[in-house]
Design a protein around this ligand. Structure first.
Ligand SMILES: Nc1ncnc2c1ncn2[C@@H]1O[C@H](COP(=O)(O)OP(=O)(O)OP(=O)(O)O)[C@@H](O)[C@H]1O
Ligand SMILES: [Mg+2]
Length: 257
């Protein structure tokens, strides 16, 4: 099982939207997929039917237990597992900052490694414990980034954190797949100028992919479905293809390693 984290220290840069789409795209490719929500907001789980409350499933907070739990994983459909963020319990985990707890999710997930081909981790915003833990866990990290003064501020630190985690041996496996520019207003010359400046500054760290601001994405998220389902009209079709192609390219980078 390969683990891909979608991470940024910034809020609202489409981490959850991308994570959920990658999970659907991996499933559609015939891969066994596990989606893990590392954010106390629990947004990734909201994109699916609520769980059967008569059953207890593995939640993200439990991944941080000292001993790996034998609770079962919830499946939204066969070959599509999900580990939801339990807001209160995960907030307690994040606040407790128990020494060494960041290494526990990897041990917990190893127990399920043979049941899945790919695990997608939706990281929490802010350079704090939960984001750090998802980087400690991941084999690959994808960093969505928006073009804006505030959004770009701190980007270099995140790349630095990833490099430090790798070089210090905390997680020698981690590989930065690259940054994907998101929510770009392609009609704004200022945004396009910032994008080209960003690309020339970070060169090889920027993927040759882009997910512009599109109404169809917002609508799909509100309806709890991937943007390539229930396609209506030419502009929606264009967005569906854009997202399919981007997810396919990212998944291929992970699968081919
Ligand atoms: N390409 C896009 N075009 C238009 N809207 C988008 C696009 N990508 C994401 N959005 C919307 O932007 C909002 C924020 O996206 P999302 O929740 O995925 O970001 P996030 O990085 O996970 O946020 P947080 O840091 O709060 O977890 C959502 O309403 C989502 O529907
Ligand atoms: Mg999110």
């Amino acid at each position: 099982m390969k683990i891909l984290a979608v991470s940024s220290e910034k809020g609202g840069v489409a981490k959850t939207t991308i994570s959920v789409h990658l999970a659907h795209a991996a499933y559609d490719k015939g891969l066994k997929v596990l989606l893990v929500d590392f954010d106390t907001q629990g947004n990734a789980g909201m994109m699916f039917e609520p769980p059967d409350l008569s059953k207890t499933f593995l939640s993200t907070a439990v991944l941080f237990d000292e001993k790996p739990s034998n609770m079962p994983i919830e499946f939204v459909k066969p070959n599509f597992g999900i580990i939801r963020a339990d807001k209160e319990a995960l907030t307690m985990v994040a606040d407790s900052k128990t020494e060494g707890a960041e290494f526990r999710p990897l041990e917990a997930l190893k127990q399920h490694a043979n049941s899945f081909d790919i695990c997608i981790v939706d990281s929490a915003p802010s350079r704090a414990f939960l984001l750090y833990s998802s980087l400690v866990l991941a084999d690959y990290v994808l960093t969505p980034v928006k073009m804006g003064k505030f959004e770009l501020d701190g980007f270099a630190e995140l790349i630095g954190d990833i490099t430090n985690i790798q070089k210090s041996g905390i997680n020698p496996r981690i590989k930065h797949l690259g940054s994907i520019p998101v929510k770009i207003n392609t009609r704004s010359s200022k945004q396009m100028e910032m994008l080209s400046e960003f690309k020339s500054t970070y060169k090889k760290s920027v993927l040759d992919l882009c997910l512009p601001e599109r109404e169809a994405v917002q609508v799909a998220i509100n309806e709890g479905r991937p943007v390539w389902s229930n396609v209506r009209g030419a502009s929606h079709k264009k967005t569906a293809i854009e997202w399919r192609d981007a997810c396919e390219a990212i998944l291929n980078m992970v699968i081919k390693g």
